[in-house]
Design a protein around this ligand. Structure first.
Ligand SMILES: NC(=O)c1ccc[n+]([C@@H]2O[C@H](COP(=O)([O-])OP(=O)(O)OC[C@H]3O[C@@H](n4cnc5c(N)ncnc54)[C@H](OP(=O)(O)O)[C@@H]3O)[C@@H](O)[C@H]2O)c1
Length: 289
């Protein structure tokens, strides 16, 4: 259940409840390798914008730098929500456990708030992705039981991949992180996740910048006296979708956080809902077995 105050600073960012009782801030900062990593920007997000949720991955190659920024920010660990991801090259029972410990070491933390399987395909020729996913998930369940991960989840999983995990019993993923922006609205998957009590988290909320020049979004920006990027981030939040826009520029990070002092009208939410054209600006898991 999401509670969105009409006016709120990023310092009192609304949260979304996970099935295990934890609360994830609905707005976080992305740190993917595209466009590089900025120590200054992460520090600014933590110290000046009050961002308390950061999304990263082993794949992005910045866990160590991020750990340094977190330490330099002096934000207490317990105030932060840190998500990182397990890369398919580390899938498998033993390697997944080791990869998690290595990510914690690089980030300089004793535990992760959320650990995600990054991609449904195991990418190992000759091995069944289904079996590798199952044994990897078993490792994540144990990391969760041990307290090394406060929540565990998946990313880019489709309904059939989630059903397969459900069939084997055990922990239901707490989160599924999937591409979500006005041009990519996988509504059936969103609905499935709600029914199964899996928090739906959206990545690429600005469609990697493509959404910022769309005429309908620019028109709404003018109507609300906001930027196109604020319209996109606000739209995700009003849909109850956890969102993690990325920027390496402090002024843009500040802008992307100013999304709690206004509300999009229902008719404008509906108009944005019509912009779906199925395009992926990141990768597309449709053909993963
Ligand atoms: N799980 C997955 O498979 C997966 C896949 C992709 C992404 N992600 C996560 O989702 C996060 C966000 O996705 P993303 O970085 O790919 O795309 P995004 O957040 O939709 O867009 C980022 C792009 O928009 C620019 N930008 C940001 N704020 C802006 C603003 N206010 N005005 C103008 N331009 C702005 C950034 O450039 P500057 O940096 O130059 O500002 C960057 O080029 C990633 O960082 C990563 O953490 C996860």
């Amino acid at each position: 259940m999401v509670t969105i105050p009409s006016s709120c600073s990023a310092l009192s960012c609304p949260t979304v409840g996970l099935s295990n009782g934890l609360n994830i801030p609905i707005l976080g900062l992305g740190t993917s390798h595209d466009g590089g990593y900025s120590h200054e920007a992460v520090l600014y997000a933590l110290q000046e914008c009050g961002i308390r949720h950061i999304d990263t991955a082993k794949r992005y190659g910045c866990e160590e730098a991020l750990g340094k920024a977190v330490a330099d920010s002096a934000v207490p660990r317990e105030e932060l929500w840190l998500t990182t991801k397990l890369w398919p090259g580390d899938y498998g029972y033993q390697s997944a456990k080791q990869a998690c410990r290595d990510s914690c070491a690089r980030l300089g933390v004793d535990y992760l708030d959320l650990y995600l399987m990054h991609w449904p395909d195991c990418m190992v020729p000759g091995l069944s992705s289904r079996e590798v996913r199952a044994e990897t998930w078993r490792a994540l369940e144990e990391l969760y039981d041990e307290g090394l991960c406060r929540a565990i989840g998946v990313s880019n999983f489709l309904i059939r991949h989630l059903n397969e995990l459900k069939d084997r019993g055990g922990v239901v993923p707490h989160v599924n992180q999937v591409e979500f922006h006005p041009f990519q609205q996988p509504l059936e998957l969103v609905e499935y996740c709600r029914e199964e009590d899996i928090v739906f988290e959206g990545y690429c909320p600005l469609a990697k910048g493509q959404a910022l020049t769309h005429p309908a979004i620019m028109k709404l920006a003018r109507k609300y006296g906001r930027s196109a990027s604020q319209i996109c981030v606000r739209w995700s939040i009003q849909n109850g979708v956890v969102t993690i826009p990325k920027s390496t520029k402090p002024d843009r990070i500040h802008e992307n956080c100013q999304v709690f002092g206004f509300r999009l009208d229902d008719s404008d939410m509906a108009a944005l809902g019509l912009l779906h054209d199925g395009r992926h600006v990141s990768w597309d898991p449709t053909h993963v077995e």
